[in-house]
Design a protein around this ligand. Structure first.
Ligand code: ZN
Ligand code: ZN
Length: 358
């Protein structure tokens, strides 16, 4: 893959600065792709989720946390070379200027602002504008073109208050002191946010971790996120787990791994838990509507606040947000990038490194 040098004196069209392709947007002027879904020479990566941060690129530019998380998941040789991007610092890449800004999605997550000859495009990656004690808050970046995700891009999705969901969990723990509460949560971001929200209420008992969550969760602690006392489920006996809270990947809620717990209450922390049929399908007794993605109100408020005149939409539910944008007189298009998944629905263990036998 080679990049052309496109230096022309006239004003740039957005598609000249960032060209949408089925495997991610490509910046010819700067010689890089953003969150490419196939190996490229130079990748700029917004955050550590495995569909955005893939191994096998020549060079990777990302925040320190994103690079560390990729190293934890894929090993030291996940890329030919790496470069740390500090939030707020502007880097020149070819003819483009690049600045990372916090996205509020998971630890290290960033939006990428790309500027060339007066045109600014912000690729948000995944983001949320809700409070999260485990990562830097979303920063609004005014731009000409805003590339937004739309994982929950339908008006039915309103996540509500995550603290209220944690209160439901702790109420259930109080009502069933002999049962263990197993909270299914995505391994990177969601699990640590759920733990931090539990700690915010003053809950001080140890919280137990499935093996697949240990490495990433301990990394959060290393970076200064206070998660209180954590213990591996591995090695704990059944009596110790009575009345305890344990975090696990969602798929583990249904496997034999749960047999070590006394009369477990299956819980699942996800934006999809707004849809009761999904909770029933998975045998979830206590659905917790907690998402690391913006809901419909968050998406539309953010799109409006960027004051962008053009909106590009990724991640599945593009149509409603494209329609909403056009109705407000904005230019809008879906990007149709193939390969961005939905970590709220999946496990985050698809790289095969779950760290624990069933
Ligand atoms: Zn995503
Ligand atoms: Zn993500």
């Amino acid at each position: 893959m080679t990049y052309l040098c496109a230096m022309r004196p006239t004003a740039m069209r957005p598609e000249e600065l960032l060209t949408p392709t089925p495997s991610g947007v490509c910046c010819q002027t700067g010689g890089f792709h953003i969150d490419p879904t196939r190996p490229v020479d130079k990748a700029v990566i917004t955050h550590g989720h495995s569909d955005h941060a893939r191994p096998g690129h020549g060079a990777v530019l990302a925040t320190q946390e994103t690079l560390d998380l990729m190293r934890l998941r894929y090993g030291d040789n996940f890329a030919g070379s790496t470069q740390v991007a500090k939030p707020g610092e502007t880097l020149a890449l070819g003819g483009a200027k690049l600045t990372f800004h916090p996205a509020g999605h998971v630890l290290g997550s960033a939006q990428v602002a790309v500027e060339c000859r007066g045109l600014t495009i912000v690729a948000s990656g995944d983001y949320k504008n809700a409070a999260d004690p485990t990562c830097a808050p979303f920063e609004l970046v005014p731009c000409d073109v805003f590339i937004t995700e739309a994982t929950f891009g339908l008006p039915v999705f309103r996540h509500g208050n995550a603290d209220g969901e944690i209160a439901k969990l702790l109420h259930s723990v109080a009502v069933f002191p002999e049962r263990a509460h197993l909270v299914g949560a995505y391994s990177l971001g969601k699990a640590q946010r759920v733990i931090a929200l539990i700690r915010k209420t003053g809950y001080e008992r140890p919280i137990y971790l499935h093996g697949a969550m240990e490495k990433i969760t301990y990394y959060y602690q290393e970076r200064g996120v206070d998660l209180g006392e954590l213990r591996p489920v591995r090695g704990a006996d059944k009596a110790e787990l009575a009345g305890a809270i344990a975090l696990c990947p969602p798929s583990s809620l249904q496997d034999v791994w749960t047999r070590r717990f006394p009369d477990p209450v299956p819980c699942f922390a996800s934006g999809w838990m707004r849809v009761r049929a999904r909770a029933r399908q998975r045998g979830v007794e206590l659905p917790l509507v907690i998402s690391d993605h913006a809901d419909w109100d968050g998406l539309t408020a953010t799109v409006a606040a960027t004051r962008a005149s053009e909106i590009w939409v990724t991640h599945g539910q593009e149509d409603a947000l494209v329609h909403w944008s056009k109705a407000r007189g904005l230019k809008a298009r879906p990007l149709d990038i193939v390969g961005y998944g939905d970590e709220d629905e999946n496990d985050g263990t698809t790289d095969g490194k779950t760290g624990e036998a069933p």
